[in-house]
Design a protein around this ligand. Sequence first.
Ligand code: C2E
Ligand code: CA
Ligand code: CA
Ligand code: CA
Length: 274
Amino acid sequence: ELMFIQKQEFYKNFDSNSKHANHMSQTALLEEVARGSFRMYLQPKCDISSGEVVGAEALVRFGDKTHGLITPDKFIPLLEKERLIRYVDLFIYEQVLKQMTAWQQQGKPLFPISLNFSRITLLDADLMKEMLEIYSRYDSVPKNFVQIELTETIGEVEREIVFQIGKSIRDQGFQLGLDDFGSQYSSMSLLTFMEFDTLKLDKSLIWNLETSPSCRTMVKCIIDMCREMGMECLAEGVETEEQLALLKNMDCTTAQGYLYSKPLPADEFGKIYL
Ligand code: C2E
Ligand code: CA
Ligand code: CA
Ligand code: CA
């Protein structure tokens, strides 16, 4: 009961109409992390030709089904503003490793899981040190089964730092993904000086496939570019059979979206797919 009241109080932080909004202390956040208020959801990634699940993306949620779930768009901007997002990003990173270790111990097959690091998290000078420290507790998980997704919306000044951390993520043996490719900002130039294992085609491109011939041309070119550059190309936000058929025709290999499944609590995901 007490926990419920505390949770309701904490929820106010995410309510833009509340007087508590736009402020959160590190202590309050860490208490919520420790209390298990942040949860990892998993959304499957599927091989387009076989339809088989070949991986997953970890997505954070706050709360639970009884008290209400809050999606990241409600709390990530606040956590970024307060420079607290790294605690949540590293918490999800540890949950990914913990979940994979549990599945290993149960003799289940492993497949790669990706997770999202905020721009703010990437700028933290201690990031790699902390990643390796956490990893040392779960080192039966192959590092190349863990992929860090970063987004293309990165400013000029931050490029050098992001380049360095991106490089050390790959040098350490983890994988690197470029998220939201083809959204608002162009990340074409990122590809000229950074290497990625996976490129994720932004939802907006996928949703325009059926109606826009120029969008189809662009997507086709990006898919071909990925193949030539030795990158996996993953289509995000696939919702219809028509989108999937078009992607298959263009030789796109991997897809993720509501057509296959919404993000699920990690245990539910395990029950269904493993
Ligand atoms: P994203 O990384 O681009 O993740 C994909 C988002 O699209 C997820 O929203 C997912 O639920 C949603 N999605 C997947 N398939 C479909 C579909 O077919 N149709 C539609 N309409 N949506 C689909 P979600 O989980 O609300 O996450 C929103 C964003 O929050 C993510 O976008 C990511 O940028 C950020 N995020 C999520 N988890 C984390 C995290 O642990 N750390 C950080 N820093 N950011 C995170
Ligand atoms: Ca992502
Ligand atoms: Ca995305
Ligand atoms: Ca995003």
